[in-house]
Design a protein around this ligand. Structure first.
Ligand SMILES: [Zn+2]
Length: 364
């Protein structure tokens, strides 16, 4: 393996990251991203033995971003994917995973972590504004006390930056801390506030708990950001519309944004706009592939989601084939004005029995 430095990547990245986060038309964006991703591909080939073993025979330049190699997300549970010396790792993220499965381990160095934070700030500010708002975190404060920071804890830490006067809405046993929530609501009546939580917990431990106690709060000037899978909710026949309606009726909140993201690509999150579409920010992109042939699918067809991020350098996670199903809805023309691709998530791949990345063409 030859040594390939990140010098050119850093220059391209810094220039691109300073531009408006939803300002690029897809054609322009794809070209810029492709140049950055080629640099990353070369870098990881020369710094990550596992990546090299998988992709040494691939070309090192590409005509289009959909030609880039991708790693199946479950490889993060099975392999040691690291592109920096072990002593450069200052934080290891563990994705919660399904019970009984090995968690994925994602190793972050300071540079990757700093890029993640910067990217998250520019994306989130587009939805919640630049001011730090009083913040209600719909979780228990205990989530930050575990020895290894869970993806949930990391998500809360990342979002906490956008708020001040952090109040936790749940007790250690995940029951609603009614007094804390009422105090927070009374203190901030009629003012802009930020609420954040994981989708299922917002539903079960907040919306349903408020419905149960009969409390009704006034967060009419608030914005709620939530994330996490819809599986548990769809098991209960709750879709995004129902979620929003019931949340609005107990809190008065109308600005509700789901976002899609993963521990393997912290910082590049896909946030739902005012028109209900998940948007790819400038430093990230999304491709939908046929689950059998893995060929890229056109708008309107549902398939496996591949996520691309220009951010990570400490591990080879810039192009990942997820186990989530979704649909590209369009590009550059959402009524909210944000440029680039927008999409929706349809749920998890049934049974998540993934095959290899390259040997499934033509099979069904
Ligand atoms: Zn939109």
């Amino acid at each position: 393996m030859t040594d390939y430095a990140l010098t050119h990547y850093e220059v391209l990245f810094a220039d691109y990251a300073s531009q408006p986060v939803f300002g690029f038309c897809q054609q322009d964006k794809s070209q810029r991203l492709r140049a950055i991703l080629e640099e990353l591909h070369r870098y990881h080939l020369s710094h990550c033995p596992a990546y090299h073993a998988l992709f040494a025979n691939m070309p090192v330049s590409f005509d289009d971003e959909d030609q880039l190699p991708f790693l199946a997300v479950r490889l993060f549970k099975l392999m040691d994917l690291l592109s920096v010396p072990k002593d450069a790792v200052f934080r290891e993220l563990r994705s919660s995973g399904t019970t009984g499965q090995t968690p994925a381990r994602i190793s972050l160095d300071r540079q990757t972590s700093a890029r993640q934070s910067r990217a998250l700030v520019s994306i989130m500010q587009s939805f919640i504004g630049k001011q730090r708002l009083p913040m209600l975190i719909i979780d228990s404060p205990d989530v930050l006390k575990k020895p290894h920071l869970s993806a949930r804890g990391a998500g809360i830490q990342g979002m906490a930056f956008f708020g001040r006067e952090h109040t936790y809405a749940l007790n250690s046993d995940m029951s609603l801390n009614v007094d804390a929530v009422r105090d927070f609501a009374n203190k901030n009546r009629g003012k802009p506030v930020l609420l954040f939580g994981f989708t299922f917990m917002v539903w079960l431990n907040f919306v349903k708990a408020l419905e149960h106690t009969g409390d009704s709060l006034d967060f009419s000037q608030g914005v709620l950001i939530h994330s996490g899978g819809w599986k548990k909710l769809s098991d209960q026949q709750v879709n995004n519309d129902t979620f929003k309606k019931r949340l609005t009726s107990v809190t008065g909140i109308t600005r509700i944004h789901n976002f899609y993201g993963m521990a393997e690509q912290v910082g590049s999150v896909f946030v739902e706009c005012e028109h209900g579409h998940l948007h790819a920010p400038s430093l990230a992109d999304v491709i939908v592939r046929c689950p059998y042939s893995l060929v890229p699918l056109p708008f309107g067809k549902t398939g496996l989601i591949q996520v691309i991020s220009a951010i990570p350098t400490s591990y080879p996670g810039f192009s990942i084939l997820t186990e989530d199903m979704g649909t590209l809805l369009g590009e550059d023309d959402c009524a909210c004005g944000r440029k680039g691709r927008y999409f929706s998530i349809a749920g998890r791949l049934p049974k998540t029995e993934m095959r290899g990345c390259s040997d499934t063409a033509g099979q069904s």
